[in-house]
Design a protein around this ligand. Structure first.
Ligand code: MTE
Length: 319
């Protein structure tokens, strides 16, 4: 895989220009419907495209994936300026600016727990493990908004195989970097830092589970989880941990950050499920960034191929 610097490529060349300003329309519509309290709290002027720091490395030789949706891709500007990244801020408009100087190299990922041999992997050697693919996935946030993103990565299973988990490893836990000097949100105890997430092994090995290091054909912007995150399109967005520094294989279900903070609101599985409401709001529909209308939310976010992973489970109990 070749990565070259392309600081001369602006977001406006990639994003359909006419869609830039739709974000304001989305926020207005969301406010009217009383849905996006957090978005309203963060309401402010749009940044102009030229203000978006955009000097990422272009990722070449990208393979197209048969798992990609053909739905309209959400503009780059929205996906990179409206982020949930509590290590930086609880305001969705702030991670883009606050993460600008976040150091993503050197970066290592520790492999611990039930593995043949504990090891430390350099992020660039991880990225080279397999050929990069472009996967256009729907992504549904638990708060009721959704996006369609051309992620770049390869199946998470490729990294897991490299980690050589033991036969009794039933779960994998992901831990995000703890760097309060770089991440101002970590100085505030909104969550018990560092951010932790986890998956059952069969979920992690499912071909849809993506290890991600890029988007829109370029290296991942810091606010979207550089240098390495997971993307799990059938689960609510908070399962897709950003800035991963540790994989721990275990025989016990990990305690994830959101589950720890509000267990009645955020389950371990957190599969997108229009039939199980969040205690404080319905999950039956969603609003895609850049659109006015609401659309029905689909079971497993429309990714029916994962249904067999949960056969026999009561998804109202194991939400
Ligand atoms: N990962 C870390 N480390 N910290 C976070 O706050 N937020 C999660 C998830 N991963 C989060 C995280 C949530 S709630 C969502 S919806 C997605 O990241 C948002 O990803 P995006 O900003 O790339 O759209």
């Amino acid at each position: 895989m070749l990565i070259k610097k392309a600081s001369d490529i602006s977001a406006s060349e990639i994003t359909p220009k006419g869609l830039y300003l739709n974000r304001r329309a989305f926020i207005t519509a969301a406010a009217g419907a009383g849905v996006a309290a957090a978005a309203i709290a963060g309401f402010r002027e749009l940044r102009s495209p030229s203000e978006v720091a955009h000097a990422n490395a272009k990722i070449e030789r990208l393979q197209k994936s048969s798992f990609s949706t053909t739905e309209t891709i959400t503009p780059y500007k929205d996906v990179t300026n409206y982020n949930n990244y509590y290590e930086f801020s609880t305001d969705k408009y702030e991670p883009a600016g606050l993460a600008k100087n976040f150091k993503t190299r050197p970066w290592t990922v520790n492999v611990e727990g039930l593995v043949k041999k504990k090891k430390t992997l350099d992020v660039d050697s991880i990225i080279k493990l397999s050929s990069p693919e472009e996967r256009i996935y729907r992504h549904r946030c638990v708060e009721g908004w959704s996006i369609v993103v051309p992620w770049v990565g390869f199946p998470l299973s490729e990294l897991i195989k490299q980690c050589e988990p033991l036969g009794n490893a039933r779960f994998v836990e992901f831990t995000t970097i703890y760097a309060p000097n770089q991440m101002p949100g970590q100085k505030i105890p909104v969550l018990d830092w560092p951010y932790v997430e986890g998956l059952r092994m069969d979920e992690a090995m499912h071909p849809l589970a993506l290890l991600c290091f890029g988007m829109y054909g370029e290296a991942l912007p810091n606010q979207d989880g550089a240098p390495l995150r997971v993307v799990l399109p059938w689960k609510y967005g908070f399962k897709s941990a950003k800035a991963i520094v540790k994989l721990r294989f275990t025989d016990r279900q990990p305690v994830n950050s959101w589950g720890k903070s509000a267990p009645s609101e955020y389950g371990f599985y957190s599969n997108v499920n229009p039939n199980v409401d969040h205690p404080r709001w319905s999950q039956a529909s969603e609003r895609r960034l850049g659109e006015f209308r609401k659309r029905p939310t689909l079971m497993f976010n429309g990714y029916d191929q994962v249904a067999s992973l949960y056969s026999g489970m009561d998804l109202k109990k194991d939400f």
